[in-house]
Design a protein around this ligand. Sequence first.
Ligand code: FBP
Length: 550
Amino acid sequence: MEISALQKARSSYQPKLPKGLRGNVDIIEGAPTESVGDQAEIKRLFPHTYGMPLVEFAPAKEVKEYAPINVGIILSGGQAPGGHNVICGLFDELKKQNPKSKLYGFLMGPSGLVDHKYKELTAEVIDKYRNTGGFDMIGSGRTKLETKEQFDSGLEIIRQLNLNAVIIIGGDDSNTNACMLAEYYASINAGVSVIGCPKTIDGDLKNDQIETSFGFDSACKTYSELIGNIQRDANSARKYWHFIKLMGRSASHIALECALQTQPNICIISEEVEANNMTLDDVVNQICEVVVKRSEEGLYYGTILIPEGLIEFVPAFKRLIAELSDLLSSDLAKTEAKGLKSDDLLAWILNHVSAENLPTLKSLPEEVAKQLALGRDPHGNVQVSLIETEKMLSEMCAKRLDEWKEQGKFKGKFAALHHFFGYEGRCATPSNFDCNYCYALGTSAAQLVANGKTGYMAIVKNTTAPADEWVAGGVPITKMMNLERRNGQMKPVIKKALVLLDGEPFKELVERRKDWAVNTRYVYPGPIQYFGPLEVCDQCTMTLALEHKK
Ligand code: FBP
Protein backbone atom coordinates (compact mmCIF):
# COMPACT_ATOMS: atom_id res chain seq x y z
CA MET A 1 0.00 0.00 0.00
CA GLU A 2 1.46 3.37 -1.03
CA ILE A 3 1.16 6.03 1.63
CA SER A 4 1.41 9.82 1.58
CA ALA A 5 4.22 11.79 3.18
CA LEU A 6 1.82 12.99 5.88
CA GLN A 7 0.61 9.49 6.65
CA LYS A 8 4.21 8.32 6.96
CA ALA A 9 5.14 11.11 9.35
CA ARG A 10 1.89 10.73 11.23
CA SER A 11 2.30 6.99 11.79
CA SER A 12 5.03 7.68 14.32
CA TYR A 13 2.85 9.99 16.42
CA GLN A 14 2.57 8.45 19.88
CA PRO A 15 -0.87 9.24 21.29
CA LYS A 16 -0.76 10.78 24.74
CA LEU A 17 -2.18 8.49 27.40
CA PRO A 18 -3.64 9.85 30.64
CA LYS A 19 -1.32 9.24 33.59
CA GLY A 20 -3.88 6.95 35.20
CA LEU A 21 -3.87 4.58 32.20
CA ARG A 22 -0.15 4.14 31.67
CA GLY A 23 0.33 1.09 33.88
CA ASN A 24 -1.83 -1.54 35.56
CA VAL A 25 -4.98 -0.15 37.10
CA ASP A 26 -7.24 -0.76 40.07
CA ILE A 27 -10.95 -0.27 39.67
CA ILE A 28 -12.74 2.17 41.93
CA GLU A 29 -16.48 1.47 41.98
CA GLY A 30 -19.00 4.25 42.58
CA ALA A 31 -22.61 4.05 43.70
CA PRO A 32 -25.18 1.92 41.81
CA THR A 33 -26.72 3.70 38.83
CA GLU A 34 -30.25 4.20 37.50
CA SER A 35 -31.35 4.70 33.89
CA VAL A 36 -32.02 8.29 32.77
CA GLY A 37 -35.70 7.51 32.23
CA ASP A 38 -38.35 4.79 32.53
CA GLN A 39 -36.39 3.11 35.35
CA ALA A 40 -38.87 0.36 36.19
CA GLU A 41 -39.23 -0.79 32.58
CA ILE A 42 -35.50 -0.58 31.76
CA LYS A 43 -34.76 -2.55 34.95
CA ARG A 44 -37.29 -5.18 33.88
CA LEU A 45 -35.77 -5.45 30.40
CA PHE A 46 -32.14 -5.57 31.59
CA PRO A 47 -32.23 -7.51 34.88
CA HIS A 48 -28.61 -8.68 34.64
CA THR A 49 -26.95 -5.43 33.62
CA TYR A 50 -29.13 -2.80 35.31
CA GLY A 51 -27.97 -0.73 38.28
CA MET A 52 -24.23 -1.51 38.03
CA PRO A 53 -21.88 1.16 39.45
CA LEU A 54 -19.81 3.72 37.58
CA VAL A 55 -16.15 2.71 37.56
CA GLU A 56 -12.98 4.75 37.44
CA PHE A 57 -9.40 3.53 36.99
CA ALA A 58 -6.60 4.43 39.36
CA PRO A 59 -2.94 3.38 39.08
CA ALA A 60 -2.65 -0.12 40.61
CA LYS A 61 -1.14 -0.40 44.05
CA GLU A 62 0.57 -3.69 43.18
CA VAL A 63 2.04 -5.17 40.02
CA LYS A 64 -0.55 -7.39 38.31
CA GLU A 65 -0.27 -10.51 36.21
CA TYR A 66 -2.78 -11.11 33.43
CA ALA A 67 -3.76 -14.38 31.79
CA PRO A 68 -3.92 -14.24 27.97
CA ILE A 69 -7.34 -13.26 26.63
CA ASN A 70 -8.97 -13.06 23.21
CA VAL A 71 -11.08 -10.10 22.17
CA GLY A 72 -13.21 -9.40 19.08
CA ILE A 73 -13.87 -5.87 17.85
CA ILE A 74 -16.66 -4.43 15.68
CA LEU A 75 -16.82 -1.03 13.99
CA SER A 76 -20.48 -0.10 13.68
CA GLY A 77 -22.32 2.61 11.75
CA GLY A 78 -20.89 5.72 10.12
CA GLN A 79 -17.16 6.30 10.01
CA ALA A 80 -15.59 8.68 12.53
CA PRO A 81 -11.96 9.81 12.63
CA GLY A 82 -10.06 7.94 15.34
CA GLY A 83 -11.74 4.54 15.10
CA HIS A 84 -8.45 2.90 14.15
CA ASN A 85 -6.79 4.39 17.21
CA VAL A 86 -9.39 2.78 19.50
CA ILE A 87 -8.29 -0.54 18.01
CA CYS A 88 -4.60 0.38 18.36
CA GLY A 89 -5.05 1.39 22.02
CA LEU A 90 -6.93 -1.82 22.71
CA PHE A 91 -4.32 -3.94 20.92
CA ASP A 92 -1.36 -2.31 22.67
CA GLU A 93 -2.94 -2.69 26.12
CA LEU A 94 -3.93 -6.33 25.52
CA LYS A 95 -0.39 -7.17 24.39
CA LYS A 96 1.09 -5.22 27.30
CA GLN A 97 -1.03 -7.22 29.74
CA ASN A 98 -0.06 -10.50 28.09
CA PRO A 99 1.70 -10.86 24.72
CA LYS A 100 -0.23 -14.10 24.11
CA SER A 101 -3.57 -12.24 24.05
CA LYS A 102 -5.20 -12.03 20.62
CA LEU A 103 -7.39 -9.45 18.89
CA TYR A 104 -9.83 -10.30 16.09
CA GLY A 105 -11.69 -7.79 13.94
CA PHE A 106 -15.20 -8.68 12.71
CA LEU A 107 -15.57 -7.52 9.13
CA MET A 108 -18.03 -4.92 7.78
CA GLY A 109 -19.80 -4.16 11.04
CA PRO A 110 -22.08 -6.22 13.28
CA SER A 111 -22.89 -8.57 10.39
CA GLY A 112 -19.30 -9.87 10.66
CA LEU A 113 -20.16 -11.32 14.07
CA VAL A 114 -23.41 -12.88 12.88
CA ASP A 115 -21.95 -14.25 9.64
CA HIS A 116 -18.61 -15.27 11.18
CA LYS A 117 -16.49 -13.01 8.96
CA TYR A 118 -13.35 -11.94 10.78
CA LYS A 119 -9.60 -11.58 10.64
CA GLU A 120 -6.88 -11.64 13.26
CA LEU A 121 -5.40 -8.22 13.89
CA THR A 122 -1.68 -8.75 14.26
CA ALA A 123 0.96 -6.07 14.92
CA GLU A 124 1.64 -5.99 11.19
CA VAL A 125 -1.96 -5.04 10.40
CA ILE A 126 -2.33 -2.64 13.33
CA ASP A 127 0.85 -0.69 12.57
CA LYS A 128 -0.40 0.25 9.11
CA TYR A 129 -3.40 2.08 10.58
CA ARG A 130 -1.99 4.05 13.52
CA ASN A 131 -3.39 7.61 13.57
CA THR A 132 -5.24 7.17 10.27
CA GLY A 133 -8.83 8.11 9.42
CA GLY A 134 -11.50 5.78 8.07
CA PHE A 135 -12.68 2.36 9.19
CA ASP A 136 -11.01 0.46 6.36
CA MET A 137 -8.91 -1.75 8.64
CA ILE A 138 -11.95 -4.02 9.05
CA GLY A 139 -14.83 -2.05 7.46
CA SER A 140 -18.11 -1.00 9.05
CA GLY A 141 -21.83 -1.60 8.57
CA ARG A 142 -25.26 -0.77 9.95
CA THR A 143 -26.73 -4.23 10.59
CA LYS A 144 -28.96 -4.00 13.64
CA LEU A 145 -28.18 -6.70 16.22
CA GLU A 146 -31.50 -7.44 17.87
CA THR A 147 -32.69 -11.00 17.46
CA LYS A 148 -31.91 -14.06 19.55
CA GLU A 149 -30.86 -15.86 16.33
CA GLN A 150 -28.24 -13.19 15.64
CA PHE A 151 -26.99 -13.30 19.24
CA ASP A 152 -26.77 -17.12 19.17
CA SER A 153 -25.01 -17.12 15.84
CA GLY A 154 -22.52 -14.59 17.29
CA LEU A 155 -21.99 -16.86 20.26
CA GLU A 156 -20.93 -19.73 17.98
CA ILE A 157 -17.99 -17.77 16.59
CA ILE A 158 -17.24 -16.33 20.04
CA ARG A 159 -16.90 -19.92 21.28
CA GLN A 160 -14.85 -21.00 18.24
CA LEU A 161 -12.37 -18.16 18.70
CA ASN A 162 -12.49 -18.54 22.47
CA LEU A 163 -13.26 -14.85 22.91
CA ASN A 164 -13.49 -13.33 26.38
CA ALA A 165 -15.07 -10.13 25.09
CA VAL A 166 -16.61 -8.32 22.16
CA ILE A 167 -16.08 -4.57 21.85
CA ILE A 168 -18.58 -2.56 19.79
CA ILE A 169 -17.44 0.85 18.60
CA GLY A 170 -20.60 2.72 17.68
CA GLY A 171 -23.11 5.52 18.18
CA ASP A 172 -26.29 5.52 20.24
CA ASP A 173 -28.05 2.85 18.18
CA SER A 174 -25.04 0.52 18.06
CA ASN A 175 -24.41 0.87 21.77
CA THR A 176 -28.08 0.16 22.43
CA ASN A 177 -27.45 -3.11 20.58
CA ALA A 178 -24.26 -3.66 22.62
CA CYS A 179 -26.37 -3.34 25.74
CA MET A 180 -28.89 -5.93 24.49
CA LEU A 181 -26.09 -8.31 23.56
CA ALA A 182 -24.45 -7.87 26.98
CA GLU A 183 -27.75 -8.55 28.71
CA TYR A 184 -28.47 -11.65 26.65
CA TYR A 185 -25.00 -13.16 27.14
CA ALA A 186 -25.17 -12.38 30.87
CA SER A 187 -28.63 -13.99 31.09
CA ILE A 188 -27.33 -17.29 29.66
CA ASN A 189 -24.01 -17.14 31.52
CA ALA A 190 -22.14 -17.17 28.21
CA GLY A 191 -18.96 -16.01 29.93
CA VAL A 192 -18.28 -13.26 27.39
CA SER A 193 -18.36 -9.57 28.11
CA VAL A 194 -19.63 -6.88 25.78
CA ILE A 195 -18.16 -3.37 25.99
CA GLY A 196 -19.12 -0.26 23.99
CA CYS A 197 -17.11 2.77 22.83
CA PRO A 198 -18.72 6.18 22.12
CA LYS A 199 -18.29 6.94 18.42
CA THR A 200 -20.04 9.36 16.08
CA ILE A 201 -19.13 12.57 14.34
CA ASP A 202 -22.68 13.75 15.14
CA GLY A 203 -21.72 14.57 18.74
CA ASP A 204 -25.10 13.38 20.02
CA LEU A 205 -23.80 10.51 22.17
CA LYS A 206 -22.92 12.52 25.25
CA ASN A 207 -24.25 12.95 28.75
CA ASP A 208 -23.06 13.54 32.30
CA GLN A 209 -20.48 10.74 31.85
CA ILE A 210 -19.54 10.97 28.16
CA GLU A 211 -18.10 14.40 27.43
CA THR A 212 -17.98 13.93 23.67
CA SER A 213 -18.15 11.16 21.10
CA PHE A 214 -14.98 10.59 19.13
CA GLY A 215 -14.75 11.91 15.59
CA PHE A 216 -16.76 15.08 16.34
CA ASP A 217 -13.54 17.04 16.85
CA SER A 218 -11.86 16.10 13.55
CA ALA A 219 -15.05 16.23 11.47
CA CYS A 220 -15.97 19.71 12.74
CA LYS A 221 -12.43 20.96 12.18
CA THR A 222 -12.49 19.59 8.62
CA TYR A 223 -15.87 21.19 7.82
CA SER A 224 -14.79 24.46 9.45
CA GLU A 225 -11.71 24.58 7.27
CA LEU A 226 -13.92 24.17 4.18
CA ILE A 227 -16.48 26.73 5.38
CA GLY A 228 -13.65 29.16 6.11
CA ASN A 229 -12.29 28.68 2.60
CA ILE A 230 -15.73 29.31 1.11
CA GLN A 231 -16.15 32.41 3.25
CA ARG A 232 -12.86 33.75 2.01
CA ASP A 233 -13.97 33.11 -1.55
CA ALA A 234 -17.34 34.75 -0.86
CA ASN A 235 -15.62 37.75 0.66
CA SER A 236 -13.34 38.02 -2.36
CA ALA A 237 -15.84 37.57 -5.21
CA ARG A 238 -18.79 39.11 -3.32
CA LYS A 239 -21.46 37.62 -5.56
CA TYR A 240 -22.80 34.38 -4.11
CA TRP A 241 -24.87 33.23 -1.18
CA HIS A 242 -23.55 29.82 -0.11
CA PHE A 243 -26.10 27.38 1.31
CA ILE A 244 -24.03 24.82 3.21
CA LYS A 245 -25.65 21.68 4.58
CA LEU A 246 -23.70 19.94 7.31
CA MET A 247 -23.87 16.30 8.29
CA GLY A 248 -24.91 15.38 11.80
CA ARG A 249 -28.19 13.49 11.53
CA SER A 250 -30.81 14.81 14.01
CA ALA A 251 -28.84 17.01 16.36
CA SER A 252 -27.33 20.33 15.23
CA HIS A 253 -24.08 20.00 17.22
CA ILE A 254 -21.90 19.99 14.09
CA ALA A 255 -23.57 23.07 12.58
CA LEU A 256 -23.31 24.88 15.92
CA GLU A 257 -19.64 24.00 16.42
CA CYS A 258 -18.77 25.00 12.85
CA ALA A 259 -20.63 28.30 13.34
CA LEU A 260 -18.66 29.02 16.49
CA GLN A 261 -15.44 28.27 14.63
CA THR A 262 -16.19 30.23 11.44
CA GLN A 263 -18.81 32.94 12.29
CA PRO A 264 -21.05 32.63 9.21
CA ASN A 265 -23.87 35.08 8.45
CA ILE A 266 -26.56 32.58 9.40
CA CYS A 267 -26.60 29.25 11.20
CA ILE A 268 -29.89 27.42 11.57
CA ILE A 269 -30.28 25.27 14.67
CA SER A 270 -32.96 22.59 14.27
CA GLU A 271 -33.67 22.36 17.99
CA GLU A 272 -34.50 26.09 18.04
CA VAL A 273 -36.78 25.73 15.00
CA GLU A 274 -38.70 23.06 16.88
CA ALA A 275 -38.82 24.96 20.17
CA ASN A 276 -40.22 28.04 18.41
CA ASN A 277 -42.73 25.92 16.50
CA MET A 278 -41.45 27.32 13.20
CA THR A 279 -42.51 26.31 9.70
CA LEU A 280 -40.11 26.00 6.77
CA ASP A 281 -41.61 29.27 5.56
CA ASP A 282 -40.55 30.97 8.79
CA VAL A 283 -36.99 29.70 8.28
CA VAL A 284 -37.04 31.02 4.70
CA ASN A 285 -38.28 34.43 5.87
CA GLN A 286 -35.53 34.60 8.47
CA ILE A 287 -32.87 33.93 5.86
CA CYS A 288 -34.38 36.38 3.39
CA GLU A 289 -34.47 39.16 5.97
CA VAL A 290 -30.71 38.83 6.40
CA VAL A 291 -30.23 38.76 2.61
CA VAL A 292 -32.21 42.01 2.34
CA LYS A 293 -30.35 43.72 5.19
CA ARG A 294 -26.96 42.82 3.73
CA SER A 295 -28.06 43.91 0.25
CA GLU A 296 -28.94 47.33 1.67
CA GLU A 297 -25.26 47.62 2.63
CA GLY A 298 -24.24 46.51 -0.87
CA LEU A 299 -23.32 43.01 0.39
CA TYR A 300 -24.76 40.51 -2.09
CA TYR A 301 -23.10 37.49 -0.58
CA GLY A 302 -23.08 35.41 2.54
CA THR A 303 -22.93 31.98 4.14
CA ILE A 304 -25.72 29.93 5.67
CA LEU A 305 -25.10 26.77 7.68
CA ILE A 306 -27.94 24.23 7.62
CA PRO A 307 -27.97 21.12 9.84
CA GLU A 308 -28.89 18.06 7.77
CA GLY A 309 -31.63 17.05 10.19
CA LEU A 310 -33.54 20.34 9.91
CA ILE A 311 -36.58 18.89 8.22
CA GLU A 312 -37.15 16.38 11.06
CA PHE A 313 -37.47 19.25 13.53
CA VAL A 314 -39.99 21.39 11.71
CA PRO A 315 -43.03 20.40 13.79
CA ALA A 316 -45.29 19.69 10.78
CA PHE A 317 -42.66 17.36 9.26
CA LYS A 318 -41.96 15.76 12.62
CA ARG A 319 -45.64 14.81 12.88
CA LEU A 320 -45.59 13.52 9.32
CA ILE A 321 -42.43 11.43 9.88
CA ALA A 322 -43.88 9.91 13.07
CA GLU A 323 -47.08 8.98 11.23
CA LEU A 324 -45.13 7.52 8.29
CA SER A 325 -43.01 5.39 10.65
CA ASP A 326 -46.12 3.98 12.32
CA LEU A 327 -47.94 3.53 9.02
CA LEU A 328 -45.07 1.70 7.33
CA SER A 329 -44.64 -0.71 10.24
CA SER A 330 -48.39 -1.37 10.58
CA ASP A 331 -50.05 -4.72 9.74
CA LEU A 332 -51.93 -2.96 6.95
CA ALA A 333 -48.65 -1.96 5.26
CA LYS A 334 -47.28 -5.47 5.75
CA THR A 335 -50.17 -6.91 3.76
CA GLU A 336 -51.11 -4.17 1.28
CA ALA A 337 -47.79 -2.41 0.63
CA LYS A 338 -45.39 -5.36 0.70
CA GLY A 339 -43.12 -5.47 -2.33
CA LEU A 340 -44.38 -2.19 -3.85
CA LYS A 341 -41.74 -0.22 -5.77
CA SER A 342 -41.02 3.37 -4.72
CA ASP A 343 -43.54 5.18 -7.01
CA ASP A 344 -46.37 2.79 -6.11
CA LEU A 345 -45.46 2.83 -2.46
CA LEU A 346 -45.55 6.63 -2.41
CA ALA A 347 -48.97 6.50 -4.08
CA TRP A 348 -50.12 3.98 -1.42
CA ILE A 349 -48.83 6.27 1.32
CA LEU A 350 -50.58 9.29 -0.19
CA ASN A 351 -53.84 7.31 0.00
CA HIS A 352 -53.37 6.29 3.61
CA VAL A 353 -51.75 9.23 5.34
CA SER A 354 -54.08 11.27 7.59
CA ALA A 355 -55.82 14.39 6.34
CA GLU A 356 -53.81 16.40 8.88
CA ASN A 357 -50.41 15.37 7.46
CA LEU A 358 -51.31 14.96 3.78
CA PRO A 359 -50.80 18.65 2.82
CA THR A 360 -47.30 18.60 4.39
CA LEU A 361 -46.34 15.52 2.37
CA LYS A 362 -47.77 17.03 -0.80
CA SER A 363 -45.92 20.33 -0.24
CA LEU A 364 -42.57 18.58 -0.75
CA PRO A 365 -40.71 18.08 -4.02
CA GLU A 366 -41.28 14.44 -5.07
CA GLU A 367 -37.70 13.32 -4.44
CA VAL A 368 -37.73 14.76 -0.91
CA ALA A 369 -41.16 13.22 -0.23
CA LYS A 370 -39.86 9.83 -1.34
CA GLN A 371 -36.77 10.09 0.82
CA LEU A 372 -38.82 11.10 3.84
CA ALA A 373 -41.38 8.40 3.30
CA LEU A 374 -39.23 5.51 2.16
CA GLY A 375 -35.59 6.07 2.95
CA ARG A 376 -34.92 4.58 6.39
CA ASP A 377 -31.74 2.93 7.68
CA PRO A 378 -31.91 -0.42 9.56
CA HIS A 379 -32.38 1.49 12.84
CA GLY A 380 -35.45 3.32 11.48
CA ASN A 381 -33.67 6.69 11.02
CA VAL A 382 -34.70 8.94 8.14
CA GLN A 383 -31.63 9.19 5.85
CA VAL A 384 -31.36 12.94 6.15
CA SER A 385 -27.92 13.00 4.53
CA LEU A 386 -29.67 12.14 1.24
CA ILE A 387 -32.23 14.97 1.40
CA GLU A 388 -31.09 18.09 -0.46
CA THR A 389 -32.40 20.56 2.13
CA GLU A 390 -29.85 23.18 1.06
CA LYS A 391 -31.28 23.27 -2.48
CA MET A 392 -34.86 23.19 -1.29
CA LEU A 393 -34.27 26.13 1.05
CA SER A 394 -32.36 28.20 -1.50
CA GLU A 395 -35.10 27.67 -4.11
CA MET A 396 -37.70 28.76 -1.57
CA CYS A 397 -35.57 31.82 -0.70
CA ALA A 398 -35.19 32.76 -4.38
CA LYS A 399 -38.98 32.63 -4.79
CA ARG A 400 -39.60 34.69 -1.65
CA LEU A 401 -37.06 37.33 -2.71
CA ASP A 402 -38.70 37.57 -6.14
CA GLU A 403 -42.02 38.22 -4.40
CA TRP A 404 -40.41 40.84 -2.17
CA LYS A 405 -38.82 42.43 -5.22
CA GLU A 406 -42.23 42.83 -6.82
CA GLN A 407 -43.49 44.35 -3.60
CA GLY A 408 -40.50 46.72 -3.53
CA LYS A 409 -39.09 45.19 -0.33
CA PHE A 410 -35.91 43.86 -1.97
CA LYS A 411 -33.85 45.71 -4.53
CA GLY A 412 -30.68 43.63 -4.56
CA LYS A 413 -29.28 40.58 -6.35
CA PHE A 414 -29.40 37.01 -5.14
CA ALA A 415 -27.36 34.14 -6.57
CA ALA A 416 -26.98 30.93 -4.64
CA LEU A 417 -24.48 28.06 -4.59
CA HIS A 418 -24.95 24.79 -2.72
CA HIS A 419 -22.64 22.55 -0.75
CA PHE A 420 -22.99 19.48 1.38
CA PHE A 421 -20.16 18.70 3.78
CA GLY A 422 -20.56 15.23 5.16
CA TYR A 423 -18.68 12.21 3.96
CA GLU A 424 -15.44 14.17 3.40
CA GLY A 425 -15.23 14.88 7.15
CA ARG A 426 -16.03 11.39 8.43
CA CYS A 427 -12.73 9.85 7.40
CA ALA A 428 -10.36 12.77 7.88
CA THR A 429 -6.94 12.05 9.36
CA PRO A 430 -7.79 12.35 13.06
CA SER A 431 -6.76 15.46 14.99
CA ASN A 432 -4.43 15.09 17.96
CA PHE A 433 -7.50 15.29 20.20
CA ASP A 434 -9.19 12.35 18.47
CA CYS A 435 -5.92 10.36 18.24
CA ASN A 436 -5.35 10.75 21.98
CA TYR A 437 -8.98 10.35 23.00
CA CYS A 438 -9.50 7.21 20.92
CA TYR A 439 -6.26 5.59 22.01
CA ALA A 440 -7.29 6.21 25.64
CA LEU A 441 -10.79 4.81 24.95
CA GLY A 442 -9.28 1.62 23.48
CA THR A 443 -6.96 1.28 26.48
CA SER A 444 -9.91 1.83 28.81
CA ALA A 445 -11.94 -0.82 27.01
CA ALA A 446 -9.08 -3.30 27.49
CA GLN A 447 -9.03 -2.50 31.21
CA LEU A 448 -12.79 -3.01 31.50
CA VAL A 449 -12.41 -6.43 29.88
CA ALA A 450 -9.40 -7.33 32.03
CA ASN A 451 -11.49 -6.51 35.09
CA GLY A 452 -14.37 -8.72 33.97
CA LYS A 453 -16.89 -5.93 33.26
CA THR A 454 -19.77 -6.32 30.82
CA GLY A 455 -22.54 -3.96 29.67
CA TYR A 456 -20.23 -0.96 30.14
CA MET A 457 -19.13 1.78 27.80
CA ALA A 458 -15.49 2.91 28.01
CA ILE A 459 -15.20 6.57 28.98
CA VAL A 460 -12.52 9.22 29.29
CA LYS A 461 -13.30 12.45 31.15
CA ASN A 462 -11.74 15.80 31.99
CA THR A 463 -10.94 16.16 28.28
CA THR A 464 -10.58 19.95 28.32
CA ALA A 465 -7.45 19.49 30.44
CA PRO A 466 -4.14 18.31 28.90
CA ALA A 467 -4.32 14.60 27.96
CA ASP A 468 -2.06 13.68 30.91
CA GLU A 469 -4.83 14.63 33.29
CA TRP A 470 -7.70 12.84 31.60
CA VAL A 471 -9.55 10.34 33.78
CA ALA A 472 -10.70 6.98 32.40
CA GLY A 473 -13.29 4.44 33.48
CA GLY A 474 -16.61 2.95 32.44
CA VAL A 475 -20.32 3.71 32.60
CA PRO A 476 -23.08 1.05 32.58
CA ILE A 477 -24.90 1.39 29.25
CA THR A 478 -28.27 0.88 30.97
CA LYS A 479 -27.64 4.17 32.82
CA MET A 480 -28.05 6.04 29.52
CA MET A 481 -31.27 4.35 28.43
CA ASN A 482 -34.90 5.34 28.21
CA LEU A 483 -37.91 4.24 26.18
CA GLU A 484 -38.62 5.84 22.81
CA ARG A 485 -41.13 5.16 20.09
CA ARG A 486 -39.44 3.42 17.12
CA ASN A 487 -41.33 1.97 14.18
CA GLY A 488 -44.62 2.08 16.05
CA GLN A 489 -43.36 0.49 19.30
CA MET A 490 -41.79 1.70 22.54
CA LYS A 491 -38.17 0.46 22.56
CA PRO A 492 -35.29 0.81 25.04
CA VAL A 493 -32.67 3.11 23.49
CA ILE A 494 -29.77 5.30 24.56
CA LYS A 495 -31.03 8.84 24.97
CA LYS A 496 -29.76 11.08 22.16
CA ALA A 497 -28.23 14.39 23.23
CA LEU A 498 -29.66 17.28 21.22
CA VAL A 499 -28.43 20.88 21.31
CA LEU A 500 -29.56 22.40 24.60
CA LEU A 501 -31.07 25.82 24.12
CA ASP A 502 -29.95 26.80 27.61
CA GLY A 503 -26.46 25.34 27.07
CA GLU A 504 -23.36 27.51 26.80
CA PRO A 505 -22.52 26.78 23.11
CA PHE A 506 -25.99 27.83 21.90
CA LYS A 507 -26.02 30.87 24.22
CA GLU A 508 -22.70 31.96 22.70
CA LEU A 509 -24.21 31.72 19.20
CA VAL A 510 -27.28 33.72 20.22
CA GLU A 511 -25.14 36.45 21.74
CA ARG A 512 -23.09 36.89 18.60
CA ARG A 513 -25.25 35.96 15.61
CA LYS A 514 -26.93 39.37 15.06
CA ASP A 515 -23.52 40.92 14.54
CA TRP A 516 -22.37 38.08 12.27
CA ALA A 517 -25.55 38.35 10.15
CA VAL A 518 -25.09 41.88 8.90
CA ASN A 519 -21.43 42.56 9.44
CA THR A 520 -18.89 40.28 7.89
CA ARG A 521 -17.04 38.61 10.76
CA TYR A 522 -15.76 35.49 9.05
CA VAL A 523 -13.06 33.43 10.74
CA TYR A 524 -10.81 31.17 8.64
CA PRO A 525 -9.69 28.23 10.81
CA GLY A 526 -7.47 26.60 8.16
CA PRO A 527 -6.70 22.86 8.07
CA ILE A 528 -6.22 20.61 11.09
CA GLN A 529 -2.63 20.96 12.29
CA TYR A 530 -0.78 17.83 13.31
CA PHE A 531 2.62 19.34 14.05
CA GLY A 532 3.42 22.64 15.73
CA PRO A 533 2.44 24.66 18.78
CA LEU A 534 0.13 22.81 21.19
CA GLU A 535 -2.38 25.68 21.34
CA VAL A 536 -2.96 25.06 17.62
CA CYS A 537 -2.57 21.27 17.44
CA ASP A 538 -4.17 20.07 20.67
CA GLN A 539 -7.09 22.49 21.02
CA CYS A 540 -10.47 20.86 21.66
CA THR A 541 -13.77 21.94 20.08
CA MET A 542 -15.42 25.15 21.23
CA THR A 543 -18.47 23.10 22.21
CA LEU A 544 -16.42 21.04 24.65
CA ALA A 545 -14.61 24.10 25.99
CA LEU A 546 -17.85 26.03 26.53
CA GLU A 547 -19.73 23.08 28.03
CA HIS A 548 -16.96 22.41 30.52
CA LYS A 549 -15.71 25.90 31.18
CA LYS A 550 -14.73 26.20 34.81
P1 FBP B 1 -23.48 7.25 13.03
O1 FBP B 1 -24.60 7.72 13.88
O2 FBP B 1 -23.53 5.80 12.74
O3 FBP B 1 -22.14 7.64 13.61
O4 FBP B 1 -23.61 7.97 11.63
C1 FBP B 1 -23.12 9.21 11.34
C2 FBP B 1 -23.59 9.73 10.01
O5 FBP B 1 -22.46 10.28 9.36
C3 FBP B 1 -24.71 10.77 10.11
O6 FBP B 1 -24.23 12.05 10.38
C4 FBP B 1 -25.34 10.66 8.74
O7 FBP B 1 -26.66 11.15 8.72
C5 FBP B 1 -25.29 9.19 8.48
O8 FBP B 1 -24.14 8.71 9.17
C6 FBP B 1 -25.18 8.84 7.03
O9 FBP B 1 -25.33 7.47 6.90
P2 FBP B 1 -24.76 6.59 5.71
O10 FBP B 1 -23.29 6.44 5.94
O11 FBP B 1 -25.46 5.29 5.89
O12 FBP B 1 -25.06 7.29 4.44
